[in-house]
Design a protein around this ligand. Structure first.
Ligand code: ADP
Ligand code: MG
Length: 698
């Protein structure tokens, strides 16, 4: 990596003073004019301290637009105009969430109406006679302003960082806050040893952070990012390297080769396994033959057929005389898995039980007894499986679905209890949130990774459309056409609040409304997290049997629900959902051979944030979970992709998961040559690993 033009790495940079560095860990609320709402908005972006602000990576940059005289403006062309305000007023629209500030502006060549959406307060600042710099483009006859400079304080003609932002806080506001704290970069110090920096000609960390936020060229911005990503990956490696690898001593039962039960299972499946599934099974079989406990991660996009592979692993335990357990993060998912597992187990003559919070006490007791005695061979359940030390007679294989929703400790807790059986189970974790292999291996050094990279044959890609409210009746027409053809449908209700109770009410109300209106002629069920388990199971079963044609639901259907005859989904107020969540939701359709549709209904574009527009457009453009995960990461500026919550790691901020393979290699090498010691590098490691004991200087 090359240093920045003109900036030589300077080994003489003063050693970081702990006090000053610690001041960077002050909360953002200590900044003047940052109130509770801003702080809360920032918190949702993962920013709570000044340091977090400095580390907030722009997701893209806006290049300055050429200066154009008003008379020469072309429709749709990005331009900067310098103009004089003639008059300004607020125009209200019929739409509740939309107001427009109209500013009549002119220069020597002509005049134009400039439009700002939803910034009423601006009207008062557009004083007649004032000179302004506006950046935007002509759309439908008006100059839609995307950026402006009302006071001539510059910035408009520099490269502008665009930050991950949210409904609660705009990118522009984030930019302003970053500008205010950028002067404190010197306090960052540089955790990388001076010798290393000069050998690799790395710019100083402070310079890299400055260049990240105020680059003079795009190349400089990218070099800055790489410099910071490299450091971050080195710190990651160092932290991982110092974790103790105590797993080595554990012993699991070595299973005999595949036998008659799994071949009957294969025979009972109504389809051929895909090559990717076969490969996964082969790798699992190799692991199961060993006494070292399997620690395998099965990655595959929604609908790629992971569950089929998981059940295979469970049955491998059963045919060798051991038990299998499948743990899922939610009751709905556990229920759904149980329906699938129970059906096939009945066919194969294997006894299985379900253990989840909502199951009746008596049944729970019976299930526990059956597991302790070995009478039940397979258990499916939720956290309930680990919360009250369920005893297995001889657990051989544990499958953890949506593993990123569980903590390491929770996964480990699926282990033998009591004195029945001293061996560890083999573990198979599953995730639909794919992580690049190299990075997965880095973060979970002790985990092998299998990817199911193809969908079952005959699947047609889901067609995704983004429609606005005004046209939602067309969406419902399409939906009723599907119902008329004997297909089934999902309607996902908006995320109304963090309260499940309120959300449940909203879903009930919506179901009632639809039963009275658009879906009068159809059987409409409603599913949400507040239904008692028995009822929820009944609704899902009725939908599975086709007795219910439409399921109006909250995000409880996000994972696991599997009805191939459902071919259309409408997501209401889709702009309120996260990208990953929408992708998961969409995965509920497209499970059969027929063309499926996903219709995302949102408010009009003008009322949405850029990020919301980009999320919805990304879904329309792609159904590749991997690509979407990356877009999501870019938009949110968070490293949640890694499922780092579970490793105790904070997020990777600067690394680009897909393209930074080389940096990762370089970081590995550097980390090997470094000694963490107890200097600034150790502080960084502690910070990344959320190690409170080592954080900052008390
Ligand atoms: P995942 O858990 O990865 O989201 P599932 O295992 O639930 O996916 O599979 C999704 C759907 O595809 C299920 O209806 C399943 O029965 C079906 N399926 C799985 N494997 C195949 C296959 N090889 N061919 C056809 N359909 C399959
Ligand atoms: Mg699944």
């Amino acid at each position: 990596m090359r240093p920045f033009a003109g900036i030589e790495p300077s080994p003489a940079f003063p050693a970081p003073r702990a006090m000053r560095s610690a001041a960077l860990d002050e909360g953002v609320a200590t900044l003047s004019r940052v109130g509770g709402r801003t702080a809360a908005g920032l918190a949702r972006l993962g920013i709570s301290t000044i340091r977090d602000l400095l580390y907030h990576r722009p997701r893209r940059y806006e290049l300055p637009a050429p200066r154009v005289a008003i008379g020469d403006l072309l429709v749709g062309q990005d331009a900067t105009i310098e103009a004089e305000v003639v008059s300004a007023s607020i125009r209200r629209t019929r739409r509740r969430n939309l107001s427009i500030v109209e500013g009549h502006v002119r220069d020597e060549s002509g005049s134009v109406m400039a439009w700002w959406f939803n910034q009423e307060w601006l009207a008062g600042r557009l004083v007649p006679g004032a000179r302004v710099l506006l950046r935007g483009a002509v759309e439908r006859g008006n100059f839609v302003v995307r950026n402006y400079d009302l006071r001539g304080d510059g910035g408009l003609e520099a490269i502008l960082p665009v930050y991950p932002a949210s409904e609660a806080i705009a990118s522009k506001r984030v930019r302003e806050l970053v500008r205010r704290v950028i002067g404190r970069i010197a306090d960052l110090g540089d955790p990388l040893p001076a010798e290393l920096r000069s050998r690799l000609r790395l710019p100083l960390k402070a310079d890299a952070v400055a260049a990240l936020h105020t680059p003079r060229s795009m190349a400089e911005a990218e070099r800055a990012r790489q410099r910071l990503a490299l450091e971050e990956l080195v710190v990651l490696q160092l932290g991982l390297g110092s974790r103790d690898g105590s797993a080595g001593a554990l012993v699991a039962p070595a299973l005999a080769p595949p036998d008659e039960l799994v071949s009957r299972y294969r025979g009972a499946l109504p389809f051929e396994l895909t090559d990717a599934q076969e490969r996964a099974i082969l790798e699992i079989d190799q692991d199961l033959a060993l006494e070292t406990p399997m620690e395998r991660l099965l990655q595959g996009d929604v609908g790629s057929g992971k569950t089929v592979v998981a059940l295979y692993a469970l049955l491998r335990a059963v045919e060798s005389g051991y038990q299998g357990v499948l743990m899922a993060p939610t009751e709905t998912l556990a229920e759904q898995h149980f329906l699938t597992v129970e059906q096939i187990c009945a066919e194969l003559g294997v006894a299985c039980v379900v253990l989840a919070g909502g199951v009746a006490r008596k049944k729970q007791h019976a299930a526990r007894r059956a597991l302790a005695s070995g009478e039940a061979a397979i258990a499916v359940g939720t956290h309930a499986l680990i919360q009250e030390s369920v005893e297995f007679r001889s657990l051989g294989v544990a499958v953890i679905d949506e593993q990123h929703r569980f903590g390491v400790e929770e996964r480990r807790a699926l282990a033998p209890v009591g004195d029945g059986h001293p061996l560890e189970p083999h573990r198979l974790s599953m995730t639909a949130t794919p992580i690049p292999r190299t990075l997965a291996l880095t973060v979970w050094g002790d985990l092998s990774v299998t990817e199911i990279d193809t969908l079952p044959a005959g699947r047609r890609p889901i067609i995704t459309r983004w429609v606005t409210h005004e046209r939602s009746s067309e969406a419902y027409q399409r939906l009723t056409r599907h119902l008329g053809d004997g297909r089934q449908a999902y309607i996902v209700c908006p995320l109304v609040s963090p309260s499940e109770a309120i959300e449940a009410r909203a879903a009930e109300d919506e179901a009632a409304r639809l039963r009275g209106q658009e879906l009068r002629d159809f059987a409409v069920g409603c599913l949400h997290g507040q239904l008692p388990t028995g009822q929820r199971r009944a609704v899902m079963a009725a939908f599975g049997r086709g007795e219910l044609q439409v399921l109006v639901a909250t995000t409880v259907i996000e994972v696991g629900v599997d009805v191939p005859n459902a071919t259309i989904m409408i997501v209401q107020e889709a702009d309120r959902f996260g990208l990953a969540q929408l992708h998961q939701l969409r995965g509920r359709v497209g499970r059969g051979a027929d063309q499926s549709f996903c219709l995302l209904v949102s408010r009009p574009k003008e009322e949405l944030t850029d990020a919301a527009c980009e999320r919805l457009q990304a879904l329309v453009d792609s159904d590749d979970g991997f690509a979407l995960a990356e877009v999501d990461l870019e938009l949110r500026g968070e490293g949640q992709l890694l499922g780092t919550r579970q490793t105790g790691l904070s997020d990777l901020r600067f690394t680009r998961l897909r393209s930074d393979g080389d940096l990762l290699e370089e970081a590995l090498e550097i980390a090997r040559s470094l000694d963490v010691g107890d200097g600034p590098l150790a502080d960084e490691v502690a910070r990344m690993f959320g190690d409170e004991d080592h954080r900052g200087i008390a």
